[in-house]
Design a protein around this ligand. Structure first.
Ligand SMILES: Nc1ncnc2c1ncn2[C@@H]1O[C@H](COP(=O)(O)OP(=O)(O)OP(=O)(O)O)[C@@H](O)[C@H]1O
Ligand SMILES: [Mg+2]
Length: 261
């Protein structure tokens, strides 16, 4: 592996969910065909309507589900579940509650991935947590609080701290700012950009919000019915979207902005 080896590559990836419904097997083709490369340190934005397959694609990228067809390479090698156990991949969800155990003090939750990684030294973990909290802009003292004793923005910062404490090389942000107040959203977007620049991890940023996606992404993929309809640089995508569906997405957003004004 060298500097040019992409962090993530997908070739003709598809995912079909099968579930029993009233005694019959029903198949849902959530992802039909995706080819994708994410370079080292690159952020790919992923937009598209609800149900288009964004989260499913992210779960494949994180090695949480196996694709029904196609292949996944991480740093040039066929995906090996060990890279997940080593903490090389992380995810930040819309709801920080999913990452933080309500019954554990935040500091304990943040340190947990280090324990999984095998860092037995308690004092070493405490120092890493302290440094991580500073990086996400939280006071040390908050490590002793429970998630329920924090604001929504502070909780999302905690979830980001937990996701990044193992120094992952690939991070998925799945609607990570969608549930936050607008003013807090921009703070968290700035934080994501800063952390990404400092740590150089590759990322997938999933959002319904085109402006937020543009702010953090170098390239943007537009997903519809399980496939990409357009992949373009963020600038190109905003100046001159090619696909009629991308143009429609823009028109919808412009319309909403017009109503708000
Ligand atoms: N575990 C599952 N079992 C069966 N079907 C599923 C499962 N998860 C998702 N699906 C279906 O797969 C399709 C894609 O879902 P997915 O969650 O990937 O969409 P999404 O683009 O992330 O949507 P949203 O923007 O609402 O989060 C949908 O039709 C969904 O109902
Ligand atoms: Mg989703």
């Amino acid at each position: 592996m060298n500097e040019q080896t992409p962090t993530l590559e997908m070739r003709n990836v598809g995912v079909t969910y099968r579930k029993g419904l009233l005694g019959r097997q029903v198949a849902v083709a959530a992802v039909t065909h995706v080819d994708l490369t994410i370079a080292r340190g690159e952020t790919l934005g992923l937009v598209g309507e609800s149900g288009s397959g964004k989260t499913t694609l992210a779960r494949v990228a994180l090695g949480l589900i196996a694709p029904s067809h196609g292949s996944l390479l991480f740093e040039g090698q066929p995906f090996d579940p060990r890279v997940r156990r080593q903490g090389a991949l992380s995810v930040v969800f819309q709801h920080p509650e999913w990452a933080l155990n309500p019954r554990l003090k935040c500091g304990t939750s943040i340190a947990e991935p280090l324990l999984v990684q095998g860092l037995r030294d308690r004092e070493g973990r405490r120092r890493r947590v302290q440094a991580m909290l500073a990086e996400v802009g939280l006071d040390d003292a908050l490590a002793d609080r429970f998630p329920g004793e924090l604001s929504g923005g502070q909780r999302q910062r905690m979830a980001i701290a937990r996701a990044l404490i193992t120094q992952p090389r690939f991070v998925v942000f799945d609607e990570a700012v969608s549930a936050l107040d607008v003013s807090v959203q921009s703070q968290i977007l700035n934080l994501i950009r800063r952390l990404q620049a400092q740590h150089g991890f590759a990322a997938m940023f999933i959002s319904h919000d085109l402006a937020a996606t543009r702010y953090v992404s170098r390239r943007i993929a537009v997903m519809r019915s399980g496939a990409f309809v357009e992949v373009a640089t963020a600038r190109k995508f905003y100046d001159r979207p090619d696909h009629p569906y991308s143009q429609a997405l823009h028109a919808t957003i412009a319309g909403e902005a017009g109503c708000a004004a």
